[in-house]
Design a protein around this ligand. Sequence first.
Ligand code: ITT
Length: 203
Amino acid sequence: MRPLLIATKNAHKTAEIAAMLGVEWEVTDLNAYPEIPASEETGETFADNAAIKALAASRLFGGLVLADDSGLEVDALGGAPGVRSARYAGPSATDADNRAKLLRELGSFRGKERAARFRCVLVLAEDGDQRAIFDGAVEGVIIGAERGEGGFGYDALFVPEGHDETFAQLPASIKNTLSHRARAMEKARGFFISAAASGRDAV
Ligand code: ITT
């Protein structure tokens, strides 16, 4: 198995990515490496922030590093919360705080005005160099009250296009085929196949 460090403290992201990768990869995240500090997300785009996180961790970890920067864009809010999705209700906001703020901000909007999408950018890095970048998005709508217990973040408020249930109601196996993260990981498939093969050759 080849080691892959996910440059995140968000164990939900790690679990989703590990479920999408094959058995070739031994996935860990920053929770297992307290000596690698989480980076400050100072970028203005998902790509900037994913690169900041991947490059910083790859300077301290001897192997392939993957960073995921992701978030929710809501049309009625001009694309907010966007890159600030994790900090929408403040610097130490919980997921529940962020969902409550989103519902308040969307209080007067109805129907198509509540259109939204999740975006994900994945950056792969090794030894302080960026190796690849992939992105994915999923369109949907923000409903008026939370539904479901699964997932994380804004999942209980987001119904993906073509479905009636939120990401928090749908089984993880379904979310993991149609989410923004799944779509970016699908684009990264070829990269992972060759990286796993080159790891085997090197042994
Ligand atoms: P790291 O920076 O350590 O990876 P984070 O959770 O802070 O963890 P981001 O900065 O990328 O990650 O912020 C993404 C936020 O967007 C996340 O906290 C959620 O609120 C939301 N988000 C991203 N993907 C999501 C998903 O699949 N389901 C629900 N919410 C999601």
